[in-house]
Design a protein around this ligand. Structure first.
Ligand code: GSH
Length: 203
């Protein structure tokens, strides 16, 4: 069964989904909707938004992190242990909060207030949320948010880091987060993902 990851034909929220699907060894294909197609496509989506995942004729899943969780569960990226699973949920929820603020600052905020909003973002949630995850990585010491294993939370963080660096946010103070990138990139399925044409982030 091949699932379809449907999103705008370009980078954005579906980067994470393609990466997790690939690393989790899910059989997937990428469906790109153009800006011109979107107005006629939008009313057929549940929330008027993308991405969505078409699993089969009966099942379509919406909301980025719900899709990411489902894909992670198909492979070995979602912990079977309840406590570890809950910890990944916590970390992903924190990153979700950061991502929504990032989207506001860099893509939604009006030009007149963007610089001020950016300052508040960098001094506030970036420091607090990444600072907290940095501490966990430091304690674990192996580049993983859940010690000893690759989980979806690692890739959610990686995607957030790339999104921030794409906007030239300096993350050099978060040395353990930066180091964890290399650990994730060493995953054999990650190595394969970077060769894919639809790897728009150019990991
Ligand atoms: N909470 C949603 C947000 C999705 C979202 O904001 N999608 C945007 C693109 S990044 C969208 O579909 N925009 C087009 C529109 O609203 O018409 C998720 O996580 O998937």
């Amino acid at each position: 069964m091949v699932v379809e990851i449907v999103y705008f034909a370009g980078p954005g929220r579906s980067e994470l989904l393609k990466l997790i699907a690939h690393v989790a060894n899910v059989d997937y294909k990428v469906v790109g909707i153009t800006k011109d197609e979107w107005p006629t496509h939008k009313p057929h989506t549940r929330y008027g938004q993308m991405p969505y995942l078409k699993v089969n004729d009966k099942l379509t899943i919406y909301q980025t992190y719900a899709i990411a969780r489902y894909l992670a569960q198909q492979g070995d990226l979602y912990p079977k242990d309840n406590i570890e699973a809950t910890q990944t949920e916590e970390y992903v929820a924190a990153i979700d909060e950061l991502f929504n603020k990032y989207a506001r600052v860099f893509f939604i905020a009006p030009e007149e207030t963007r610089e001020q909003e950016k300052k508040v973002f960098l001094e506030g949630p970036v420091k607090t949320i990444l600072g907290a995850l940095e501490k966990i990585l430091e304690e674990n010491g192996d580049g993983h948010l859940i010690k000893g294993k690759f989980t979806w939370a690692d890739f959610v963080l990686l995607d957030m880091v790339y999104a921030l660096q794409f906007k030239e946010v300096d993350l050099s103070q978060f040395t353990h987060i930066i180091k964890s990138k290399e650990v994730l990139k060493a995953h054999p399925r990650f190595q394969d993902y970077v060769t894919q044409e639809h790897n728009y982030r150019k990991y």
